[in-house]
Design a protein around this ligand. Sequence first.
Ligand code: BGC
Length: 417
Amino acid sequence: MKLTKKLLLATLVSGALTANAFAGTVEVLHYWTSGGEAAAAAELKKSLEAQGHEWTDFAVAGGGGDNAMTVLKSRAVAGNPPSAAQVKGPSIQDWAELDLLINLNDVAEAEKWDAVLPPVVAKVMKYDGHYVAAPVNVHRVNWLWANPEVFKKSGVEVPTTWEDFFAVADKIKAAGFIPFAHGGQPWQDATVFEDMVLGMGGADFYKKALVELDEEALGGKKMVEILTAFKKLKDYTDPSSPGREWNITTGMVINGKAAMQIMGDWAKGEFTAAKKVPGKDYICIASPGTKDAFVFNIDSMIMFESKNADNNKATKDLAKAILDPSFQKVFNMNKGSIPVRTDADMSDFDDCAKLSAEDFKKSAAAGTLVPSMAHEMAIPAAVRGAFLDTVTNFFNSKNATAKETAKKLVKAVKMAE
Ligand code: BGC
C-alpha cells in the first residue's frame, strides 16, 4: 500500500497512528481468570491497547499462580519467554539473575517510581540497583469474609478471636450452614495457616517463624498450638472442600450456603463482580486476632527482553501503564486490592479498601506489616514449597500430629538450604 497524504490523514483521524508510531505486541502471562480478576486484567489490556499496542493473552488458570509459574519456567527454558509475567517477591531476584529481564529504570525515572512507591515495595522490584518489575497493587491476605444473613439466622456475631471463631462455628453448624468455606488446595491451606500464625502468635512470632525461619519458633510449643487449632478447622468445612478453587468457595459465602471464608482481598473482587455491597451484603473484617497487623501480597510484572525492539518498547509502555494513577484506581477497584502508589486518592473506593489502606499505613508504623509466606513474598521458593507440602499433608492426614508437623517445618528449612 502506497503511503499517500490522504491515507495518512485518514489513519490519523481514525486514531491508529496517533497513539504510538512504534506499535508492538506484548504477550502477558498471568493467572487472573476468576470473575473479579478477569475484569481487572481487562483494564490492563485496555490501557496497553490505548497506547496502540497489541495484547496477547496468556492466562494460566489456577489460583495462587503455582501452575502459571511451572508454565513460565518451561517457556523460559525453551528460550521463548512471554513479554511480561506475573511474578512476585524474592522470585523477582531469581529471574533477574538470569539476565533475561528488561531494565525499567528509564520508565521508572520518567514516571518517578522512587517517589511514589513505598520503599519496602521499591526494594523488591529492583535488582542490582535497577527496576526489573512493575508493582500493580497491595493485597491484604488477613481478611475474613462473612455473610451477615447467615450470621443473623445462626444468632451469632462475626468472630474477632480464634476462641470466638470455634464457638461461633459450632452454632452456625447447628443452624444448618457450612461454617467455614474453604478450598482445599496447598496455597489456600497455607493462606489460612499463615493468618492463624499471625492471629495466635502475633506479628513478632510470625516474622520469626515465617520470615526469619527461626527453628525455635517453627518447632516450638506455640507452633504446635497453632497447628492444632488449624487442623480443627477441617471439622467446619464441607465434604466438597478438597481441591476446590478459591473463587467457587467465595461463591458459597456470596450465595449464603456458607458463613465465612478466610482469604486475601482478591475475594472481594468476586463480591464486586457479583454487585455486592460491603457492610450490607457482606462483611470484611481482619481475620481473627489480626486487626492491628497486615499480611501484604504485592502483584507485579517482570518484563522479558525480546529481540524485537518495537515489542520491547511496547512492554515498557505496559510497565508505564501499570503505575498510571487512573489505571491503578480502576484496576484495584475490580481486583479487590488497593493502589500501590502512596499518593493514591482512596475516596471512591469501598469501605474494605479504605480500611486496608489505613491498616497498611498503621501497621507499617507499628512494625506489624508482614510479608505473606503463602503468596511468595517472604521466603525462597524452595522453602515455601516445602512449607506448603507440610501444611497441606497435615491438614489432610488422619494420623499426623501437630508435634511431628512442627518438627517437619524445621526440617523443611534445613533441606531447602
Ligand atoms: C495473587 C492474586 C490472585 C490470587 C488468586 C494471589 O497469589 O497475588 O493476584 O488473585 O493469588 O489467584
